[in-house]
Design a protein around this ligand. Structure first.
Ligand code: PMP
Length: 322
């Protein structure tokens, strides 16, 4: 779907997957005015297909657009575009367990020019790819690196928007995490380098017995849809679920004194991933016994059962395509 200043959204079309011809002076290539989303369609037990909370993705996409001085795509159009792509050939939606069809809606400046200003032509597209189970051999805890050198986002910056630049800036820290033998980066706040924000592509939860806590939305972390869903699901299951503030010292101390029983990360791709060990320049510890915890696995199952249609959709989160 195209957007042109003065004309709005126009020329929606469904076309075969193919490379785009990009002008060397395309504004996105130079100034990175680009945003994206990620969501999944799951096969339901009766053979139909449903996406998980597409309206939440549509609304986050609008918020990202506002931050990046881009036009807002109406939520219904966002959902309709995703539906149209899936309906074009439902066979692409896998029909086993945790496997899904991953949808990637995105928008970028399609105008040609070298002036630094908001573009006045954009292209919105959706592509899709089948995604297997994230942990085909069983859930495996990840090791994390607390990044004290690099920061992902600052107050007033673009941390709460899903824009490419955030990810480009994170690659060097991800490489640093890997060089220390860790799977993922954990981002800290930009001022004191001690408040836990989020992981490279997932939000974090801290389990204190039957109380679960996730870092509050400070404006410099992404408001994850899985994070939001788990606040509700955890309460449905009888846990106390809240947003709070946790430092790296709290994490280490509460793990040592045994009050912090589990830590997990959550996001569309992996749903829920246990955190098994933590490293930084100054510390190195095993989270709990390093194994997936009971609360983590219970929440993981509850969310996946909902997404795959094995439990009732009491919150109206599933969007059926028929
Ligand atoms: N944080 C970041 C930086 C992410 O890229 C993602 C993935 N979209 C998340 C958190 C988790 O968000 P969601 O649950 O909506 O996938």
């Amino acid at each position: 779907i195209k957007w042109t200043e003065g004309r709005g959204w126009h020329d929606a079309e469904l076309v075969p997957y193919a490379p785009l011809a990009i002008d060397p002076a395309n504004m996105t290539l130079h100034y990175a005015q680009t945003i994206f989303e990620g969501l999944k369609a799951y096969r339901q037990p009766d053979g139909t297909v449903a996406t998980f909370r597409p309206r939440a993705n549509a609304e986050r996409f609008q918020a990202s657009a506002r931050r990046m001085a881009m036009p807002e795509l109406p939520a219904d159009l966002f959902i309709e575009a995703c539906d149209a792509l899936i309906k074009q050939d439902r066979a692409w939606v896998p029909d086993s367990g945790e496997a899904s069809l991953y949808l990637r809606p995105f928008m970028f400046a399609s105008e040609v020019g070298l002036g630094v200003r908001p573009a006045n032509e954009f292209l919105f597209m959706v592509i899709a790819s089948p995604a297997g189970a994230y942990f085909p051999g069983g859930v495996k805890p990840v090791s994390v690196w607390l990044s004290e050198e690099y920061v992902r986002a600052v107050k007033g910056g673009t941390g709460a928007a899903k824009t490419g630049g955030n990810y480009a800036a994170s690659l060097v820290a991800q490489a640093q995490a890997a060089s220390h033998g860790c799977d993922q980066v954990v981002w800290l706040d930009a001022v004191e380098h001690r408040w836990i924000e989020e992981m490279g592509g997932m939000n974090l939860y801290f389990v204190y017995g039957d109380r679960i806590v996730t870092p509050e939305l400070t404006g410099s972390l992404l408001p994850g849809i899985t994070r939001d869903s788990l606040l509700t699901i955890a309460r449905d299951l009888g846990y106390t679920a809240e947003e709070g503030r946790i430092t790296t010292e709290d994490w280490k101390r509460d793990n040592e004194n045994g009050t912090l029983t589990e830590v997990f990360a959550c996001g569309t791709a992996a749903v829920i991933t246990p955190v098994g060990s933590v490293k930084s320049e100054r510390a190195n510890w095993t989270q709990g016994d390093g194994q997936p915890g009971e609360v983590t696995m219970k929440l993981r199952k509850a969310l996946l059962d909902l997404q795959t249609g094995h439990t009732a959709d009491t919150h109206g989160w599933m969007h059926p395509l028929g």
